[in-house]
Write a protein of this length. Structure first.
Length: 51
């Protein structure tokens, strides 16, 4: 069985961590976009609340 070098493991783990961080960031951005669209639509339907 071939052993995996420490350098490869370090890089693999860093990439895996970055990928998870990007996934979580994407989810937060999508949620922020959804909330902003909801606020916009509410403001459009009730112009008095646009402040």
């Amino acid at each position: 069985m071939q052993t995996i070098s420490r350098e490869y493991l370090l890089l693999f783990n860093a990439i895996t961590d970055a990928e998870e961080s990007l996934y979580q960031l994407r989810a937060r951005l999508i949620e922020a976009q959804r909330q902003a669209e909801e606020l916009f639509l509410e403001a459009e339907s009730n112009p008095e609340q646009r402040k």
